[in-house]
Each structure stands twice: as structure tokens, then as C-alpha cells.
Design a protein around this ligand. Structure first.
Ligand code: PRP
Length: 498
């Protein structure tokens, strides 16, 4: 029992420790009450939840389910299980537990777990990368049949000697690198992996489906030093810069415009901007200096906070802008908050013309798979042409990467990846089952107005069901660690040693 208690405590603490200091107490309280803590609004990593029927287990999820209404009904009317929160993790836990219960067994085995996860994959729709620990049994990891959200497994020789291995599951390989786990392999879409004291067992538990990892991981979310599904994020961003250079040249020629200097928007776009500048043989300058104590602005709640923080985060150096035609390169334009602010800053310090190039195509659709893209009306590209977008953000010209070029930038490093989830650009959702009613409910949850109202009455009101699902990223905390999750059984916290 001591072993089981410490294992659970380690899994909880390994995640709670990564939360912002002010929200940790709330999180700890929450782990016991099954209600999400305020500090977790806007994270796609749900805190581990702990049911105890038919067995004790905990689960953490990255992603978002899109058929929650049906699932809730099934849990209520058929399985007679109470769902106490609006967290997808709780639903997944209970569906899995229900499937296990159907075996009618007092002691379950690996076969039962594979069957239960396979059943779950037929029942739920959406994106989910999950790591769970079943008390006294082992660690279980599984990834949705389309592999939309990333998940991988790291291992190393057991610390302290012996023939065993330490295991770790995380959303990005950088977590394994940083933790000294030298080996890494992606969990395959539709696959379940079980790690017990006897070793690793893996099984394809769902029917084959289109493997379509979310391309936005490569554009913005993932750390450049990660390798996701066989593709170096860094290399893919270099390729995005190369491809964007060709498009920039074409559009500049068309408009008979020239550029004096290329300036990235730190941090994410730097890699692409440097390649773009080299290809166009233009000077590359760090015209915006970043305040390292301000985190990612895209995920901050509320437009006022985002605007204020863009100003706090970036400062334009007059000597790089004054009297020049500048090409500002960003990884993506979502609400347009960053672009609008920095274009004004560039003009304030004397830029002659400001042209913006985006490594991603226009984002016109909602993300339903775990990234908290704003509601459609809040997207600056929604129902706007590039010319209208330029006008909205105050640019002289806006140039977007084409979708085929973006896809090729990633795919060239792993041709086995035949498809990507590009729904934020195309509005085509690989899982199907996303209708207007779902969009409307999602938009109700995600709009800034609704978030403000919910803040008054408790942020928990917005959780799950497609609401508020952004990767966790706080100042001083690297985003990829948010999904980093290991399942320690008897090793040091976070080691996952079996
Ligand atoms: O159009 P918007 O709604 O402003 O969103 C897009 C911006 O948000 C991100 O920056 P962020 O500050 O989050 O992170 P970064 O420092 O990693 O680039 C991204 O890199 C864009 O600059």
C-alpha cells in the first residue's frame, strides 16, 4: 500500500509542481474534489483525476472530445455513473472504468485493459493523448486513432543499476532529453501501451484511421528542440522560412515593393525569419527586444491583458526601423493582437513601410482538438481577405504562407505522414462530427465575453467540453513540460521506474 500511495502522490506532484505557484494550492484541493482549479483554465492538460471503481487509477489528458453530449448521456442513462466536473478527463476515466467493469472480473489483466481502451476509442470522438496509472498494475498510455495531439515514450537504463528501465510519457521529446531519458519513440495513433513490472506491451487497439497530427504544433506550440512524429520542429520551421521567402518575393514583385530589413517577432518566428532573410539575401535584425519575464501572450485571458503584455513584452529599437521598409515575420496571426501592436510600435519609431509575413496561412476556423483558438468572430482573418486583414492590423501589406507550402515544410522530414490536421486553415475536421451546434456551443465558451462572465462566477464553468483548451504556459515554465508526465511506480518522482 505504501508503494501505491507514493506512486499516486508522485504523479500528482509531478504535475502540480509545474503549475504556477499561486494556483498550486487550488490544484491540490482540486485533485481531491474532482473540480478543476481556477489556475487551470485554458490548459489542455487536465489535472489527474482519481476514481476508485472498479479500480483506483489516475489519468491526465491532452486534447478535447467533441461528442461529450452523447458521452454524458451514455454515462448517465446506461452506465449510471456520475460525472461531477466538465473535464474530459473525468469522462475518459469513467468510460474506461465502465469498460473494465463490463469484464466482471475481480482481477483484470493486460488483455482486459487493451479491450477497454479499444472500446473507449470506439465511443469517444476528438483528440486525446492520455497517460494513466492503474494502482498496483502499471502505466497505460494511449493516443487517439488520428494521432492529433502528440504523445511519446522515453526510456533509460534504471537509475541505480539493475536490469530494469525507467519510463516516461510526454507530449514532446524535449521532456525526455531534459530528464536524461536518451531513448524516445512516438506512441502510434490508435495505439495503447502498458508498462508493468514485467515490461512493455503495445497494441493497436483501434481500426486504422487517417494519421493527422496537428500542424499547428510545428507552427507555434512545440519547442523547436522537440522531434514530433519523426519531424524536427526546428527543421520544419527552417523549411517554413524558406518556403515563405518564395511567396514573399512573389508578392513583393507583384506590388513593386522592396524591403530593407527582416525582423522576427520573438520568440517562435525567429527560426523561420532567419532562413527567410538568408534566402532573400536581406539583412536580419532583432528589432524587437523581448522582455524575458513576460510569457506567451496568445494564451492570456482577455484582450486587454494580451494587448498590455505585447507592449510590455516587446520593445521596438528605433535604429532598426527608422526610415526603412521592414518585413516583420511572425509564425501566425490569430486575433491580430500582436501584429496590430507591433506594427504601431514600428511606425512610432519611424518605419517607412511595414509588411507582415506569416509562416502560417490565414487562421479562419476554430480549433476543436485542444487548442484554445478564439471564437470565429475574434479571429482577425475570419471573413477577411489578406487586404482587409492588412487594413485591420494597420500593415501596408500582409503575406501568408500557402497551405501546400506549410504542409510540405513539415512533411518533407517524414513522408510517411500523409495528412495533417489543418482544420484552423481549412475548416475540415478529420474526425468528422463537428456541426454548427457544436461550433456555437464552443464559441459561447471561448469568446472573451463569456470568459469574463465566467470569471465572475468561477472559471470552472468554462472547463472541458471544448472550452478553454490551450497548452499550459506560464512565465518561467516551458510549455512542453506541461504535458510531460511520467508514471512513477517506485522510483523518484517523475522517473516512472518500474
Ligand atoms: O495574433 P495573435 O492573437 O496576437 O496571436 C499570434 C501571436 O501569438 C504568439 O505569440 P506569443 O507571444 O504567444 O508567443 P511566442 O513568444 O512564442 O512567439 C505568436 O507567436 C504570434 O506572435
Amino acid at each position: 500500500m505504501q508503494l501505491l500511495r507514493s506512486a499516486k502522490a508522485s504523479l500528482f506532484s509531478s504535475i502540480a509542481d509545474k503549475m504556477p505557484a499561486e494556483s498550486s494550492p487550488a490544484a491540490r484541493r482540486d485533485a481531491s474534489t474532482n473540480a478543476r482549479p481556477t489556475g487551470w483554465l485554458g490548459t489542455s492538460l487536465t489535472p489527474p483525476l482519481l476514481p476508485d471503481s472498479p479500480a483506483e487509477w489516475v489519468l491526465a489528458t491532452n486534447g478535447n472530445l467533441i461528442n461529450t453530449a452523447n458521452l454524458l448521456h451514455m454515462m448517465d442513462a446506461v452506465a449510471h455513473r456520475h460525472i461531477n466536473t466538465t473535464s474530459d478527463s473525468e469522462l475518459l476515466l469513467n468510460i474506461f472504468a465502465d469498460n473494465l467493469q463490463k469484464t466482471g472480473k475481480f482481477r483484470i489483466n493486460e488483455e482486459d485493459i487493451f479491450t477497454a481502451v479499444g472500446g473507449l476509442m470506439q465511443q469517444v470522438k476528438g483528440a486525446y493523448a492520455c497517460v494513466a496509472m492503474l494502482a498496483g498494475f502499471g502505466i497505460i498510455a494511449f493516443r487517439d486513432p488520428n494521432g492529433i495531439r502528440p504523445l511519446g515514450m522515453g526510456w533509460r537504463k534504471a537509475l541505480g543499476g539493475g536490469a530494469g528501465k525507467d519510463w516516461l510519457f510526454a507530449s514532446e521529446s524535449v521532456v525526455a532529453d531534459a530528464s536524461g531519458f536518451g531513448d524516445w519513440e512516438d506512441v502510434r495513433p490508435g495505439e495503447a501501451i502498458i508498462i508493468t513490472r514485467n515490461g512493455v506491451t503495445r497494441r493497436q487497439v483501434s481500426a486504422p484511421a487517417t494519421f493527422a497530427p496537428d500542424i499547428f504544433e510545428y507552427v507555434y506550440f512545440a519547442r523547436p528542440d522537440s522531434v514530433l512524429d519523426g519531424v524536427s520542429v526546428y527543421r520544419s520551421r527552417m523549411a517554413m522560412g524558406d518556403a515563405l521567402a518564395d511567396e514573399v518575393k512573389r508578392v513583393l514583385d507583384e506590388h513593386k515593393l522592396s524591403v530593407d530589413v527582416v525582423i522576427p517577432v520573438p520568440d517562435t518566428s525567429r527560426v523561420a525569419a532567419l532562413n527567410l532573410a538568408q534566402k532573400l539575401q536581406l539583412p536580419y535584425r532583432e528589432g524587437f527586444i523581448k522582455n524575458r519575464y513576460v510569457g506567451r501572450t496568445f494564451i492570456m485571458p482577455g484582450q486587454q491583458m494580451r494587448r498590455k503584455n505585447v507592449r510590455k513584452k516587446l520593445n521596438a529599437m528605433a535604429l532598426e526601423f527608422s526610415g526603412k521598409n521592414v518585413l516583420i515575420v511572425d509564425d501566425s496571426i490569430v486575433r491580430g493582437t500582436t501584429s496590430k501592436e507591433i506594427i504601431q510600435m514600428a511606425k512610432d519609431v519611424g518605419a517607412k513601410k511595414v509588411i507582415v509575413a506569416s509562416c502560417a496561412p490565414p487562421i479562419r476556423h476554430v480549433n476543436v482538438y485542444g487548442i484554445d483558438m478564439p471564437s470565429r468572430v475574434e479571429l482577425v482573418a475570419h471573413n477577411r481577405t489578406p487586404e482587409e486583414i492588412a487594413e485591420a492590423i494597420g500593415a501596408d501589406l500582409v503575406i501568408f504562407q500557402t497551405l501546400p507550402d506549410l504542409v510540405a515544410s513539415v512533411r518533407q522530414f517524414n513522408p510517411a505522414l500523409e495528412a495533417f490536421d489543418c482544420s484552423v486553415f481549412t475548416g475540415e475536421y478529420v474526425t468528422g462530427g463537428v456541426d454548427e451546434a457544436y461550433f456555437n456551443s464552443l464559441e459561447d465558451l471561448r469568446s472573451d465575453n463569456m470568459k469574463r462572465q465566467a470569471e465572475g462566477g468561477g472559471l470552472g464553468a468554462l472547463e472541458g467540453k471544448g472550452g478553454g483548451a490551450v497548452k499550459h504556459d506560464q512565465p518561467g515554465e516551458s510549455k512542453e513540460m506541461a504535458m510531460g508526465c511520467s508514471g512513477p511506480m517506485n522510483g523518484p518522482p517523475g522517473s516512472g521506474r518500474l
